[in-house]
Each structure stands twice: as C-alpha cells, then as structure tokens.
Design a protein. Sequence first.
Length: 217
Amino acid sequence: MATHPGKSSSASKRREASEQRRQAILDAALEVFSVDGFAAARLDDVAAKAGVAKGTIYLFFKDKENLFEQILINALRPVLGKAQTIADDASLPFDEIVGRLLVFLRKEVLETKRRDILRLIITEGHRFPRIAEMYHREIVSKGVALTQGLVGRAQARGELTSDDLARFPQLVVAPVVLAIVWEGLFEKFQPLDVEGLLEAHRRLLVSKPKPDRSQKA
C-alpha cells in the first residue's frame, strides 16, 4: 500500500518537532546545571527554561542523571570524533598534530559551553559515580586511546625519544583541565593566557630531552 504524501510529511514534521523539544531540554538543562550545579538543579527549572511541561522531560530522559549523560554525549562525542580525524593524519609530524589538537580543543571546548560541562564533571563527578563512569567510558578512555595511538606512531618514527607520553597520555590534555579549573577559581584575580599556555605546552611536549651531563661516560 502506498504511503500518502501528506501522512509522510506530517510524520516528518512531528519527528522534527520532537527533536527540537529534546534539544531545547538539553540546552536548558546545561544552562541550569551550569548556574545551580548538578546536585542543586531542579527539573522544574529546566522545564521552565525549555518552555515545556516537566512531564515532557521524562518522555526523552529517564531521570536527571540520564539527562546530564545525554548532554555529555550530545556535546562531546562529535568533538572526540573530529579530534580523532586530526590525530589520524599520518602525513603530518607529531608536533604539528599536537599543535592542531590543542588549538582545536581551545576553540571547540574552552571557548564554548562545553567547558561548563567539563567543569561540572570536575566539581561534581565524584558525587555521582554513574555520570563519572559514563564520562570515562564514552570520552576519557577513547581520548586516552587516541593519544596513545598518536604517541605510538611518533615513537615508531623516532619523533619521541622518551616514553613519558606513552605512560602518561593524560599529559597531552592536562592544560585544558588546568584552564577550566583556573577560570572557575582564579580568573577574576589573575587572568590566564590560555592560548599562550597551550602553545608553551606544545613546545614542552615536543622538545627533545637534554642529555644528563651528571653521569660519567
């Protein structure tokens, strides 16, 4: 039986409207969570800001933690995918890829609302193990694997003479975390030159260690 064009169009409009409501809830929740903190945030406030009834939230999300989990996935999974594309470019030397990754993270995380998501994870993740576990599984572990692959390739090429980054891949994104913490605590007292910090960090990561002259030949 052929589908009537009008019915198909109506179904498409309903799906579009549903997705718009879902996105409005995600956007509103991030704003409310960022201001009030995850623990203190109320779904009534999220619903009011999104312009929907509170019950509508439960049509899309099981509970407040599930809502935050979907914020994480919705906002950060695409960033991880793009970072993987940068890291996979074997035509570029290690130092250039690191530089591109750090610039990318500055523009796509530190200069967007995504930084608020990471700040919430840092400040409240320990109180909500389910969220912390999901974030580690979906974002952190994949980011670590990305870095290990990049570092392994650099070592095979002789671009790195130390195994420090292979042992501690977290060092690559450490200044991103520092910048988020610094902004939340100390920015009004002592602004941080984030762009300069990331460039200095890149130089440190790719610099060759000097020989230890204290050891006798």
